[in-house]
Design a protein around this ligand. Structure first.
Ligand code: NAP
Length: 310
């Protein structure tokens, strides 16, 4: 595995194992979030060599961005890190609305710059389409922010194929982020080929299938939180996946890495994917995921792992 890669054609060069920051300060999404643990997780990500951070307004309603900004200021490491963040949500109590209007996005970038304590954001995504704003107008607003130097690359996330094609009408989309992992490979049929054809980097979110592909869940020990309601964590499907995950143990022994490392290294072996952003809730999980850099899988092994989950 290469130690540094370019994210598509953005000119942004990073270690291919990034840091997904959706639990950082994310009291609105997860239970028992301890901000001291979040701070330490960011510090450890930096010392372990992660230099691509993925945040969003929705992760703690700005708190993930604030904590990242705080630790980058504390460590003086801002210029070592490629910062990605996202916006689209307007949260009012229990009510959530989406907005992609140029005015909203322009203001959202300014507010994110403040929270992150920086004067540029490397990669800014429209987090979800709002279904109203013409996607090319929304991306056009980000293009103007790019020209003004406030952001360096443009991303869209959770756009379907039609919305993505509309968003990329002028060829301004640099990165697409969408849900993909070895156990839900559906986007290999259309979105990933579209990205390759249009020189867009595809960044999969939930590459560990929310922890299911780490090997820590078993028949006797399923997750006890929101995940137990999700289709992949239920019934025969769940049992089949954990059996397949368990069968990777021989490969982990051979390469002296973990199951999560094998999964992430395999995901990075897929055409069109330059980087992965596994989420980490603790310093130990960051340390464990960064060890993926030691997983030197052959092309045959990558094909074998992918085939296992097809
Ligand atoms: P993920 O990377 O598939 O799974 C992360 C979760 O798995 C962690 O929160 C942790 O949860 C567990 N985990 C991580 N490393 C582990 C390890 N080495 N051993 C055991 N367990 C481990 O899913 P994700 O965090 O949802 O997605 C990755 C990133 O993508 C996010 O952080 C976020 O930046 C981004 N994302 C974007 C969107 C979007 O709409 N654009 C949506 C979702 C995520 P537990 O400890 O609780 O098991």
């Amino acid at each position: 595995m290469e130690n540094r890669v370019e994210i598509g054609k953005t000119g942004l060069r990073v270690t291919p194992i990034g840091f997904g920051a959706n639990t950082i300060g994310a009291h609105n999404l997860f239970q028992n979030i301890d901000e001291e643990v979040s701070r330490e997780t960011i510090r450890v990500a930096l010392t372990e060599g992660a230099d691509f951070f993925d945040s969003a307004f929705m992760y703690g309603l700005g708190r993930s961005e604030e904590l990242i900004g705080e630790i980058l200021a504390e460590t003086g490491r801002r210029s070592d890190v490629v910062l990605a963040t996202k916006a689209a949500h307007i949260v009012n109590g229990d009510q959530i609305k989406l907005d992609n209007s140029p005015a909203f996005l322009t203001e959202a970038v300014d507010i994110a710059l403040e929270r992150l304590q920086t004067d540029y954001i490397d990669l800014f995504y429209i987090h979800f389409p709002d279904g109203r704003t013409p996607p090319d107008e929304a991306v056009g607003a980000l293009q103007r922010l790019k020209e003004a130097g406030k952001i360096r690359a443009i991303g869209v996330s959770n756009f379907n194929m039609e919305a993505l094609a509309a968003a990329n009408k002028d060829g301004y989309v640099d990165v697409v982020q969408d849900k993909y992992s070895l156990i839900y490979p559906e986007l290999e049929a259309d979105m990933i080929p579209y990205c390759i054809e249009n020189e867009i980097s595809f960044i999969p979110y939930t590459p560990l299938a929310s922890g299911l592909l780490t090997g820590k869940f078993t028949e006797q020990n399923p997750p006890q939180d929101f995940r137990k309601e999700r289709p992949h964590f239920q019934g025969q499907k769940y049992l089949d996946i954990i059996t397949k995950v368990d069968s990777l143990k021989a490969l982990t022994e051979q390469h002296q890495v973990s199951i999560a490392n094998i999964i992430l290294a395999t995901t990075l072996g897929i055409d069109g994917i330059d980087v992965v952003i596994p989420g980490a809730k603790s310093p130990d999980q960051v340390r464990a995921n960064m060890k993926t850099l030691d997983a030197k899988l052959t092309k045959e092994e990558i094909a074998q792992v992918r085939a296992l989950f097809k």
